[in-house]
Design a protein around this ligand. Structure first.
Ligand code: SF4
Length: 238
């Protein structure tokens, strides 16, 4: 496993559980708003954490933490992921995988093997512009993500489907298309994440105003289903 980061404790990344987060290096997307450009472009810039170090840490947290979040980058690009997950499960931890959904067959086989208890999936855009938003040339990308979401919905896997929203990338009409696609897949809960102007892949986005918190909330209301918002700046007053 190419592990390039460890957050020893979190109460927000795995809903309902006290957990740690493991960050893997490398990703097959180049989302312009990505907050982990070093993990995407240059994972070697971050110190490698040996799997033995992670396992020692986890052994010390048995009975203190409930779960382990495996995030990235894109963790499913790690060939050793299923084997690593078996070791983590053998210590008694629940596992949540944060994935961009581009490798449905790997994730589905891990779900079938009981190696994943919950998931976070970034839903990047409507099918017609999925590759553009993700800046990826993976063929049939939207179909891949849909395949995973369909399986997850059909098997009632706990999932957090979220979309980072910037005006430059997703208009309201595009968000409506996404809501319709998720409804068709059986995914009801969806979270719109406010764009966070920190260190990201595309500096250009920092220069273009995005939706206000109020606009984001209003759009979520109109979109319907169970559409929520996250990451507001606290400036909104009704
Ligand atoms: S999928 Fe996630 S880690 Fe990969 S570039 Fe996009 S935001 Fe960054």
């Amino acid at each position: 496993m190419n592990i390039r980061g460890l957050q020893r404790f979190t109460m927000v990344d795995y809903p309902g559980k006290m957990a740690c987060v493991i960050f893997t290096g490398g990703c097959n997307f180049r989302c312009p708003y990505c907050h982990n450009p070093c993990l995407v472009f240059d994972p070697e810039s971050q110190p490698l954490i040996r799997e033995s170090q992670i396992m020692s840490f986890l052994e010390s947290r048995v009975g203190k933490l409930d779960g382990v979040v495996i995030s990235g980058g894109e963790p499913t690009l790690q060939p050793e992921l299923p084997e690593f997950a078996v070791k983590v499960k053998n210590l008694g931890f629940a596992i949540k995988i944060d994935t961009n959904g581009s490798t449905p067959d790997i994730v589905i086989s891990m779900l079938k093997a009981g190696l994943i208890d919950a998931m976070g999936v970034d839903y990047k855009g409507p099918a017609e512009i999925y590759n553009i938003v993700a800046r990826s040339k993976i063929p049939d990308l939207a179909a891949r993500v849909h395949k995973l979401l369909q399986y997850v919905a059909d098997h009632h896997v706990p999932i957090d489907v979220r979309t980072t929203v910037h005006r430059e990338l997703l208009s309201f009409d595009k968000l409506k298309e996404m809501r319709d696609e998720l409804d068709a897949l059986g995914i009801r809960q969806w979270t719109l994440q406010q764009f966070n102007p920190v260190e990201i892949i595309s500096d250009e986005l920092l220069t273009i105003p995005t939706y206000t918190d109020r606009e984001l909330i209003d759009m979520a209301r109109v979109l319907g289903g169970i559409t929520r918002v996250r990451g507001l700046k606290g400036l909104y007053l009704d």
